[in-house]
Design a protein. Structure first.
Length: 157
């Protein structure tokens, strides 16, 4: 009977030890996920010419233009992606155009491994982002991040 009590007590102790560990891990993963999702929402680009809505896309983050300060050309026609290197995409409206994609959260309010498309020149750049308060530093670059440009987007409240 004593042997059963020791074995039984050991099983109970293991259960009481495992339960807090599992709860702790769940809380940490939830915190990490909510930190990663901090960029989700609408952002004014640095010039205030557009708003980009960032959202979760499968296992990464992406964003599309949802508003333009000047949505039409002087002739009254809707702005399109006329500089796109793919001819078949040159009639795509700028509003609704995905310009950032494939961002992965790396911790410490940083996202990287993404791409950013500039519809003004039709070029796509490697990109990384860093969040500080309601400001998102967006750095597009070619090759290494030293050869690039940083713009600051502000979260729409």
């Amino acid at each position: 009977m004593q042997i059963y009590a020791k074995v039984s007590g050991g099983i109970i102790m293991k259960k009481f030890f495992l339960l807090p560990c599992i709860i702790f891990l769940m809380l940490i993963s939830k915190s990490y996920a909510s930190e990663a999702d901090a960029i989700i929402g609408e952002w004014y680009t640095d010039s205030g010419k557009s708003i980009v809505e960032i959202q979760k896309c499968d296992y990464s983050y992406c964003g599309k233009i949802t508003w333009l300060k000047e949505p039409k050309y002087e002739d009254g026609t809707e702005k399109i992606d006329k500089e796109n290197p793919e001819v078949s995409k040159r009639n795509t409206p700028i509003i609704g155009l995905t310009i950032i994609q494939d961002f992965k959260y790396k911790g410490s309010n940083k996202w990287s491994d993404g791409k950013i498309y500039d519809p003004e020149n039709g070029k796509t750049y490697s990109c990384k982002m860093k969040l500080k308060g309601n400001k998102l530093k967006v750095r597009g670059y070619i090759g290494i991040s030293l050869l690039g440009r940083t713009t600051v987007w502000e979260k729409k409240m």
